[in-house]
Design a protein around this ligand. Structure first.
Ligand SMILES: O=C(O)[C@@H](O)C(=O)COP(=O)(O)O
Ligand SMILES: [Zn+2]
Length: 213
């Protein structure tokens, strides 16, 4: 007999798998980072606070009603407000990933970069998956005013970088959010490797030619 797996069971398993994959490949560490994903009902699943993304339990993920009320699972990530504000601003978002990936964090600490777009379009994949990357001013983790600052930047960008903290990326699906976050981290690494070199990012025309891909 074929078992019918519900959308929620599948999404819970996907969050656990993505968390483990990111953790095992050192995209985040300790109990840093958090992931959320939206069900077609509008309810949200979120990683609990102080949980390692490497060893999540699908049954213990926090659950929010479509109205934003915590209705099940463990105590949610302290960044629940931040995730909720990403969904408010990015209407097509199906998932949000926040990490402390080392190279992106390093970029978030460099002074003097263009705060409206921190990284140049070094590759086509970066241009396609991330695009523009604004900086959000520093706030302590879990500060509710951080959510307002993120909302302002997320109006025109699906990826933002929290100063002295890390990236927050929305995607239409969990995989899209994961892949964009990975692309951001790898491009941050390239950017740091190339500092001091004469570089040749994609031109505006080359970027325009990628639209819709
Ligand atoms: O940096 C922080 O403290 C949070 O943004 C974080 O990454 C982990 O917090 P929890 O999700 O509450 O464990
Ligand atoms: Zn964090």
């Amino acid at each position: 007999m074929t078992a019918i797996i519900s959308e929620e069971t599948r999404l819970r398993d996907d969050i656990v798998a993505v968390g483990k994959s990111l953790f095992d490949r050192l995209f985040t560490f300790g109990s840093t980072g958090n992931i959320s994903a939206r069900l077609s009902s509008g309810e949200l699943l979120m990683t609990p606070t102080n949980a390692s993304l490497g060893s999540l339990d699908p049954a213990r993920l926090s659950k929010f009603s479509a109205e934003g009320v915590h209705i099940g699972g463990d105590k949610p990530t302290k960044e629940a407000f931040l995730h909720q504000c990403m969904y408010c601003e990015r209407k097509g978002a199906g998932a949000v990933v926040h990490l402390h990936s080392t190279h992106a964090v390093a970029v978030s600490i460099i002074d003097g970069l263009d705060q409206e777009d921190l990284l140049p379009p070094l590759t086509a994949y970066y241009a396609m998956r991330v695009g523009r990357l604004p900086l959000v001013a520093y706030y302590p983790p879990g500060d509710e005013t951080l959510a307002n600052a993120v909302a302002e930047k997320a109006r025109d960008a699906h990826a933002v970088l929290l100063a002295n903290h890390g990236p927050v990326v929305a995607g239409a699906s969990l995989r899209e959010a994961q892949y964009a976050t990975e692309e951001l981290e790898e491009t941050a690494k390239l950017f740091l490797m190339l500092r001091g070199e004469r570089i040749r990012p994609l031109t505006a025309e080359q970027r325009d030619a990628l639209k819709g891909r």
